[in-house]
Design a binder for this molecule. Structure first.
Ligand SMILES: Nc1ncnc2c1ncn2[C@@H]1O[C@H](COP(=O)(O)OP(=O)(O)OP(=O)(O)O)[C@@H](O)[C@H]1O
Length: 483
């Protein structure tokens, strides 16, 4: 038996070859090759190599291309523009995470497994001493042309909403037209016209699965059209199309509305409501000028919590988003948030006796639920975990992983958790933000850590998260009116 083992950072990486059967281990746990390779690549970028088993051994795996030795290093060596915010080396040069970072068990494992093995004890220690803070109350088809859109025109569904929390005043100003957004019927000729033949001038973004275009329909309605890259057709088919009918029925002000889907011929297009004000990540990076103030951040967090609660509790079938992250949160002109990108969304267990569904791990580096990574069991709590990481990001302004930081600051949740436990909560907040009452901040971080608890049973339900955030907002309003 050939066994190779190495400690890189806080990870113990081991590989054995038993009569030709390869086994991979991370911190004592057997893992699959994809995860192992991702972690290996991550550490390789940090000059820690497992002798005899390098990126080359993993290199044949398409999912690893962007993080492969050459690609990874290239990204690492790219000079950082002066006006850029703190960068994340896992990002592609378009400012997005490369597609590879979303596939399989992400490289998040390298850093977040670290967190998994370090945070639990810290987390539990904190819980034991700080119950008050961490306690858990806490598309019809027009067949006119060979290429056409399969778009459903579906009745709008007004969610039953026993949890509906009274909106904050600014909430009234958001998307008054949303309930009037209807599914659209277009053929490819109309799509081509609306996007000026997918003109680069109308390109608004590039994600893992394709390019996003802004388009104006003949009716004047603005829409976003995501055109899948050919190599992702299969993924889209399996991961998305079966859920389209369900997703198209979803109508909630904090969820980007799916308007249509094309899966014919040579095109895979997803048409959604257009949200005009960029992503949360861009705002945290200061790309839109004014930096987000605390109240805006809190309201964005509440909006996201409400959107996810709807998916988990009030949609026709339970839906797990699976890719909650700051670049999937879009903002309206009035700075209200909408959760986007249901490309990975999965319907939760249909059988009420089951608490989870077993599935391949999908998600994005840094936001992936460690328990899901270990067990392949997906529950709504995986979204809660990602939300916890997102909340830390909202408060600190930092990405979940920032490899250009000093070692102890690279994994943002771990850094934040340590600081929090040392009582230095004020030092955690985005330095560009105004000063906020420490007690309010403590409550916010406590909730974030509770959401990002390593074990899912320790995490609150999304509905409770929204309620707790709402209570924090009430305190904040009181505090700031006193001040
Ligand atoms: N409905 C929309 N309205 C306005 N802009 C959008 C919309 N959808 C996407 N965008 C823009 O296009 C960009 C790419 O979106 P997309 O969902 O494809 O990628 P992503 O979420 O950044 O990455 P990935 O697909 O890998 O998760 C977004 O960052 C955003 O700027």
């Amino acid at each position: 038996i050939e066994v190779k083992s190495k400690i890189c950072g806080a990870d113990h990486i081991a590989y054995s070859n038993l009569y030709g059967t390869e086994l991979f281990y991370l911190n004592g746990n057997q893992v699959d090759k994809v995860l192992f390779c991702k972690v290996l690549q991550l550490h390789y970028a940090d000059h820690c190599e497992l002798e005899g088993y390098s990126g080359a051994n993993c290199g044949l795996d398409v999912s690893l291309v962007d993080l492969s030795v050459g690609g990874g290093r290239k990204l690492l060596q790219e000079p950082k523009k002066e006006d850029e915010g703190p960068d994340d080396d896992l990002k592609g040069n378009n400012g997005k995470y490369p597609a590879s970072t979303k596939v399989g068990l992400g490289a998040a494992a390298g850093v977040l497994l670290t967190c998994v093995f370090i945070c639990p004890c810290l987390y539990r220690k904190k819980r034991a001493t700080d119950h008050t803070v961490l306690s858990k109350d806490a598309n019809s088809i027009d067949s006119a042309a060979p290429l056409e859109m399969s778009i459903h025109s579906l009745p709008e569904k007004v969610p039953a909403s026993p949890l509906r929390i009274p909106p904050s005043p600014s909430r009234f100003s958001m998307s008054p037209q949303l309930n009037r957004i209807r599914s659209v019927h277009l053929n490819m000729t109309q799509v081509a016209r609306a996007t000026r033949n997918f003109s680069s001038a109308l390109k608004i973004g590039e994600g893992g699965f394709g390019t996003v275009y802004k388009a104006q329909l003949d009716s004047g309605q603005m829409v976003a059209i995501k055109r899948a890259k050919k190599e992702h057709f299969e993924n889209l088919q399996t991961e998305f199309s079966s859920e389209v009918e369900l997703l198209a029925k979803i109508d909630h002000r904090n969820l980007v509305k799916l308007l249509g889907y094309v899966d014919k011929g040579n095109e895979r297009l997803i048409i959604t409501e257009y949200v005009p004000n960029g992503t949360l990540r861009e705002h945290l990076d200061g790309q839109h000028g004014k930096i987000l103030d605390f109240n805006q951040r809190l309201e964005i967090a509440i909006d996201v919590a409400h959107g996810l609660t709807y998916l988990h509790v009030y949609a026709e079938k339970q839906i797990i988003h699976r890719d909650v992250k700051s670049s999937n949160i879009l903002l309206t002109e009035s700075m209200r948030a909408k959760v986007a990108d249901f490309g990975f969304a999965r319907v939760g267990p249909m059988d009420s006796d089951r608490t989870h569904i077993s599935t391949k791990v999908k998600g994005t580096v840094g936001y992936l639920d460690p328990e899901y990574m270990k067990t392949y069991q997906l529950t709504t709590k995986s979204d809660v975990y990602s939300f916890g990481i997102l909340l830390i990001e909202i408060l600190t302004g930092r990405r979940p992983v920032e490899l250009r930081r000093p070692v102890e600051e690279r994994v943002t949740p771990r850094w934040a958790f340590n600081k929090y436990n040392e009582g230095h909560v004020v030092e955690l907040v985005d330095p560009r933000m105004e000063v906020v009452d420490a007690e309010i901040l403590t409550k916010m971080f406590a909730l974030a850590f509770q959401c990002a608890a390593p074990v899912r049973s320790d995490r609150p339900e999304m509905k409770s998260v929204g309620e707790q955030l709402w209570a924090i907002r009430a305190d904040y309003v009181k505090t700031s009116s006193r001040g």
